[in-house]
Design a protein around this ligand. Structure first.
Ligand code: HEC
Length: 192
């Protein structure tokens, strides 16, 4: 009889332990699910595709909407922060551009008619492209038949090889949109 009581007691303990374990496991599962939901918006903003990702994984519409609108705001703000070339050119500083022209001096003169390794740059802003008489342009440059507007010179100086593949001008370009705007403003002061 005593043995049975002891066995009953042990069995009771085991059952009680199992019940406790189940309760603990159940509450942990609930807690983890909630924590997962909370961390979703932060993850969604990082991945750049907020709408589909949030819709797939999140059950709460409110959370995914908040994440979407936040991400959209970030995307819209980024391009607006960078000024356009036109804006930079309107505020350009020709005096600062004189220093940038040091990169060009080895090959270009600013006096009319004086060609060097490159064609003279007097009056280049507003001049037809590849139009200096007596200068032997590359085919790459000759194929450009437009006008050297400030914006066009900016494009050329951003990446000379991309603008005119095979150009004889070996300078890769001028770094910094502001530097280019200042340089072109300086060049524009050399005209009739
Ligand atoms: C290493 C020599 C060299 C340097 C440095 C150089 N250029 Fe040139 N540049 C040339 C040559 C050569 C050409 C003719 C390109 C061709 O025919 O493909 C040219 C052409 C040009 C043209 C086109 C002119 C036209 O009549 O169509 C412009 C504009 C120009 N360069 C601006 C610049 C500026 C601004 C700088 C300084 C940031 C500069 N270059 C630096 C050699 C140079």
């Amino acid at each position: 009889m005593k043995k049975t009581t002891l066995l009953q007691f042990i069995a009771g303990l085991i059952i009680a332990t199992l019940v406790l374990l189940f309760l603990k496991w159940g509450s942990e599962a609930l807690y983890t699910a909630e924590a997962g939901n909370e961390s979703e918006p932060a993850y969604v903003i990082e991945v750049d595709e907020p709408a589909p990702a949030a819709a797939e994984t999140s059950g709460t519409g409110a959370t995914s909407e908040a994440a979407t609108s936040e991400a959209t705001t970030t995307e819209a703000a980024a391009p607006a922060a960078e000024p356009t070339f036109e804006e930079l050119y309107a505020a350009a500083d020709a005096t600062a551009g004189k220093k940038v022209f040091n990169k060009c001096k080895a090959c270009h003169k600013l006096e009319e008619g004086k060609n060097a390794t490159g064609p003279y740059l007097f009056g280049v802003v507003g001049r037809p492209q590849a139009s200096v008489e007596g200068f032997k342009y590359s085919d790459a440059m000759s194929s450009h038949t437009g006008v050297w507007t400030p914006a066009e010179i900016n494009l050329f100086l951003t990446d000379t090889k991309a603008y005119a593949p095979g150009t004889k001008m070996t300078l890769k370009g001028v770094k910094g949109a502001e530097n280019r705007a200042n340089l072109i403003a300086y060049l524009a002061t050399f005209s009739k």
